[in-house]
Design a protein around this ligand. Sequence first.
Ligand code: XBP
Ligand code: MG
Length: 276
Amino acid sequence: MSSARRQDPCQGSSPATEPDPAPLRPERVDPLRAVIFDVDGTLADTERDGHRVAFNEAFEAAGLHYRWSVEEYGELLTTTGGRQRIERYLQSHRHSPTEAAALAAQLHRDKTRRFAALVRTGAIQSRPGAAELISALRAEGVATAVATTGTGDWVLPLLDRLFGLDAFDIVLTGSDVTDLKPDPAVYLEALARLELTPADAVAVEDSANGVRAAVRAGLRCVAVVNGYTRDEDLSGAVAVLDDLARPGGVTVLRGEARLRDGLTVAALRRLITAVA
Ligand code: XBP
Ligand code: MG
């Protein structure tokens, strides 16, 4: 918007005392400047039939007899970071700390390669409504970002395949920070790169560790649960849904009834302007 004063072209220059006929109004600023998405369990269903399978393949290829069942993997997910998850598991299975650390690093490298290969087959799907929400946000000029604990070597190919990398203004992975969720580092870095304050953005997460990270960064956070996270403590979230979107409506586990329509741009705007 120009800051020049408007002049009536028929009257020539106005007397200096005449009030400005059309005081300039400030531009309306959208309170929702950005949405920061988690990946695992939020934008894509990656854990049960993706990462877990790749971890088990890596164990088998290394000649180890460990196999993570669907149920046991749910318990192991409380440790964020695949390398850290393996390391903790090995330590609880009689490997010395030094051996567990070295073996976990080796296994995780192999697991990452295997999961990236799985991504290339198209086996990993986005959650329903994720692509539509990202497109709608961008169409309305709201920035979109990713803040994940996952390793960059598979995160970038997955996002590219599911949404196209240019669907995001910034992508931050576990490879970009030292401390993983529930530490807020990845969210704080995302806000710094977006040049925004926590009051300008909403985080979308699926797990207790993710919600904690977002809340510790000062963000409002919506949780969209899955089979592994439905019973977790998501009390820090401003709303909890069982899906981003679903024909016929989603189940609102906590939050206003209107969220039954799913997580829309309008719903995110309501959440960011609601009095805490
Ligand atoms: C995701 C994780 C990751 C994935 C596996 O947490 O904790 O460790 O399970 O990916 P969030 P890596 O969704 O909270 O970001 O093996 O690459 O770590
Ligand atoms: Mg997650």
